[in-house]
Write a protein that binds this ligand. Sequence first.
Ligand SMILES: Cc1ncc(COP(=O)(O)O)c(C=O)c1O
Length: 355
Amino acid sequence: MLDIRIERTATPKAKPTDETKLGFGHIFTDHMFIMNYDTGLGWHDARIVPYGEISLSPAAMCLHYGQEIFEGLKAYRTADGSVQLFRPDENFKRMNVSADRMVIPELNIEDCLYALKTLVKMEEEWVPHTEGASLYIRPFIIATDPYVGVRPADHYMFIIILSPSGAYYSTGLNPVKIYVEKQYVRAVRGGTGFAKTAANYAISLKGQQEAHDQDYEQVLWLDGVEQKYIEEVGSMNIMFVIDGEVVTPELTGSVLPGITRKSALEICRKKGMKVSERRITIDEVAKAYDEGKLNEVFGTGTAAVISPVGHLKWGDKIMTINDNKIGPVSQMLYDTMTGIQWGKIADEYNWIVKI
Ligand SMILES: Cc1ncc(COP(=O)(O)O)c(C=O)c1O
């Protein structure tokens, strides 16, 4: 078992009283988990300490060459007041895949789960009580060597911070407007698309900003070579229901293997629905739309769970999907996943880890 030194804060913060105003990602709890890595020593010095600033050399390698990876998951409070996690092992498995791609030393998954559970248990009171609100969990690793040169680092920090977050949908499941990006690309074959690393998000900002300027909420990325195959949305995977079949881009290395995506596919398959993971072009989607066969489009991701797409803009073509309303597959997936996450329905998949 990982030996974790615990240092409690002497000055706990006041917890937010109005959980309808939590927003996302700007309030942090009282403590954080930290562990260091040094070549020769491995991961060591696991500790939970008061949340606060960390000291880094201005030459720290993560600041210059982006050797960084991260994860995102949530802790949910159930009706009986207990707290639970959704497939946290999948997040740490994915973190190790990202680590390998970014030449960062791998973590022991059992140690990470133990560290996370210990931290969340300590911060249990920070898990919101309001329906739909949750505690967002952000594990990340940064390269810390003070060295201005390009090579894999010898020293790293693994940190977990926690952030109480408001309900993603406070006014019901509103369909989003998505802009199909024709100019910029997010990932290329052989690149880092499948890894959760800062660079993938930095290079997406420009397209995202231009989409926002045109009043679109998110960008749908096409492949980086021919710009014709659909990949994913800014922070979600994408699914289409075409003539009754659920179709999603296969994982070819330039798409993040989403845990919500994987779970949604498992639910659909278990229900006996037709599902296919394959390459799909934007032309095929537009053709299905013209023929009246594009039944639903939705994103999948930890933040929104299921995000129905109401408008898809591809050049001059604007597709209005399912009358800009949530469709039956999206609704079923949303109800099933949130039901399991908040403990309202039985977890027949064994996805829940209790704190
Ligand atoms: C680029 C990208 N794609 C997809 C996802 C969805 O992944 P998950 O379902 O694991 O949250 C995310 C969010 O983590 C993401 O950042």
